[in-house]
Each structure stands twice: as C-alpha cells, then as structure tokens.
Design a protein around this ligand. Sequence first.
Ligand code: F6P
Length: 379
Amino acid sequence: MKKEIKKIALLTGGGDCSGLNAVIRAVVKAAILKYNYEVIGFMGGYHGLYTDDYIKMDLKTVAGIFHQGGTILKMSNKDNLFNYKTVDENGKTVYKDVSDIAIKNLKKHNIDALIIIGGDGTLTSARDFARKGVNVIGIPKTIDNDVPATEITFGYRTALDHIMLSLDALHTTAYSHDRVMILEVMGRNAGWLALEGGIAGSADVILIPEIPYDINSVAKTIFDRYNRGSKFSIICISEGAKPIDGDVTIKKIDKDSPDSVKLGGVGDILAAQLEKIVKPVTGQDIRVTNLGYIQRGGVTNTFDRVLGTKYGSHAVDMIDRNEFGRMVVIRNNHMESVRLEEVVGSGRTGQTSTGGARIVNPHGDLVNSAKDIGISFGD
Ligand code: F6P
C-alpha cells in the first residue's frame, strides 16, 4: 500500500559543487507547493543527522539561493555514521556504528522520507540506511561528471566555465611573455573536466588520466608551435594525469575521508620536466596555475540551475510514488532512477579513487575531434 507522506528531510554530504542550492530549492519548493509536505534540512551532512542539528525549511529558507554555489545546509565528507570516529574514555580514537542514533532522530521528527545529495561515500551510507528500512532517495553530485548511471551531474558545466575562462585569461599573458602555461584542473581519475574545458578554452595540449602522456611528445607539440611562430603554448592537465612510465601524483592521504587519496601537483611535475627539455631550446618560461577549489564554487550557470531543478523536483515525485532506495539519474535527457544497490560502493558513482567511474574513451568522438584540430594528448 502506498505510504502517505507528510514530512520529509534532506541533507547534503561529501564535497560541494555548484548547483547544490538549486537542488535544495527545487526539493523544498516542489515538496511544499506540489505536495504540501513539511520539510526539514539536516546541517553539515550526516553529522547533523547524528547530532540532530536541523533547520525547518520553507519557501523563505530557499529564497535567493538559486544562483549561489555551495550549500546552505553545509556538508562534510568525514561523517560515516556506520563507522563513526569518536574518542573513548581513555582518549583513544575508536570507530563505531552510530546509525541507530540517526534513525532515532528521523523517527523523533516523524520523517517519512529522506533525500540524500552526495557522492559515492555519502550514497553508500544512503544505501545502508535504506537497508535498515529508512525511505531514502539519493541524488548524485560531482563536478567530475564521472557517475556511470547518469549522463551528466550538476556542477560539472559550471566547473567547465571556470576552466574555459581561466584558459582564456592564461592565453593573453602567455602570448605577452612567450610562455608555456599549464593549468591543472580537478576530476580525480576521469579526464572530462580537462578534456571539455581544454577544448572550450582552446588548449594546445590536454593531458588526461585515460591517456598517459609521453613528455617528449608534449615537448614536440610546443616546439612545433614555436617553429610555426606561435611562441606560447597552453596545456590543460587533469589532476589524475600520469606519464606513460609513471603513476598519479598524490598530494596527501586524508585517512578520515572516504576518498583518502587526494590528487594534486602533477602540473608542477610537468613544469619541472618541461623546464629541462623546452627551456634550453626555446628559452620559454614555464608557469603553472592550479585552479583548485574555484572549480567547485561561484555563480551556478544556466545549465546547472536547470539540471539541479530537474534532479530536485524528480526526487520529490519519487517520494510521492514511494520509489525508495533509488538514485535519480538522467538518461537521453529524461529523468529516471536506478537502485542504490546497483550503483554505489567501490567508487561506482565516481567519488572514490577506485575503479568503476565513467571515464573518457581515449578513442571516442570527443578525443578524436580534439585531435582533428591539432590538440595534442601527449600520446
Ligand atoms: O570529486 C570532486 C573533487 O572536487 C575532485 O575533483 C577532487 O579531487 C576532490 O573532490 C577534492 O576533494 P576534497 O574536497 O576532499 O579536497
């Protein structure tokens, strides 16, 4: 029998991206205006669910947030309630399952369904709550756009805009000084951000994890351009890119994060290599910019505002239809859903460094088009 829904809750978990507020706004508006549900939001992801830190959400709470990056509900990627870090009476760090406390809080507030917006770590816990009987709907988020079950995630296109504008800006200064400019971008083990951002920003070389690069091939592209009279070159490199004979560059290991391996710094390594090969021949300086967290913030663009609205309103329709234990996806530009059991865990929604994420096809149309217009992948 269909469950009557009166009150729902939502939370945002993991790392942020642009478009989260658009989803939150859509959930709250659709829940109130279409279904007359009551809505509360837990603060700081699962931490708020555990500590019962929440806000009542109404139309006023979500007024004026549509265009803003970040999330008004805040978020954390360190609060796995099934393996929660606490300190025991002897001051020793211990991990324990505190999920029952979270479920008690949901019961206390008479929550009929919980919308969880997050990456693989967050949605893995969503699946685990569903296994314990909580009526859960997952919404995937990542700027990396590597979730296999869905065509596109919100935040990705806004991040691409940042990359494109940064490459535009780097062009003018590269030209003025006859320099080689390297822009390192995010994306973990998927090269979508560097690939599409690099094409849009007119990069001469794009280096992505899916195509390990040969440093001599990268240098050859720079030399060819120099000899043709283009005395500057622009390289867009993924944080997960690696040389043919090497591995990814790890910035740090964060044991408290479900995605403990933090990538970063490959741009500097590439610069050091090119200093040795290119500079002695052409005299060009090599400079590196790491775009970093700028890619996750700023004003949400048109596409992500619309996409976030679609994800959010669809999740509320799923609650009405009692389609629980599922994640919202978009296929052929149509909103659908898949079972959380099928898509989370082992990095399959693309939020961990393990396999399973939707990655770039090195022989696909996008790479081929880029190659057709002379962009080098260092292969
Ligand atoms: O998955 C999104 C992402 O921004 C990646 O592109 C990046 O490697 C990672 O998150 C950074 O994570 P953190 O916020 O933990 O530093």
